[in-house]
Design a protein around this ligand. Structure first.
Ligand SMILES: [Zn+2]
Length: 80
């Protein structure tokens, strides 16, 4: 399984709406419940994505919204 338009670019968690729109050009500026990235800001460049992801991993994969965290969620299981 590879990441789709519905996956967060940073943590690959699948979103209800495509974070960058179906054409990949219209960010929603929503917040990922998993890594907390704001679509359209930190994930707008490849470097920004890597930077944000490494900070998030360093934080111990802390969820922005724990209430949306699936019980069996594991970083290792994300489509990367
Ligand atoms: Zn995310």
């Amino acid at each position: 399984m590879s990441p789709s338009k519905y996956n967060c670019r940073v943590c690959f968690f699948p979103q209800k709406n495509p974070p960058w729109g179906l054409d990949g050009k219209a960010p929603t500026y929503g917040i990922c419940p998993c890594c907390g990235v704001e679509f359209g800001y930190e994930d707008s460049t490849e470097e920004g994505i890597k930077e944000y992801r490494s900070q998030w991993i360093t934080s111990g994969y802390k969820w922005f919204d724990e209430s949306q965290k699936p019980k069996d969620w594991k970083w290792e299981k994300q489509p990367q």
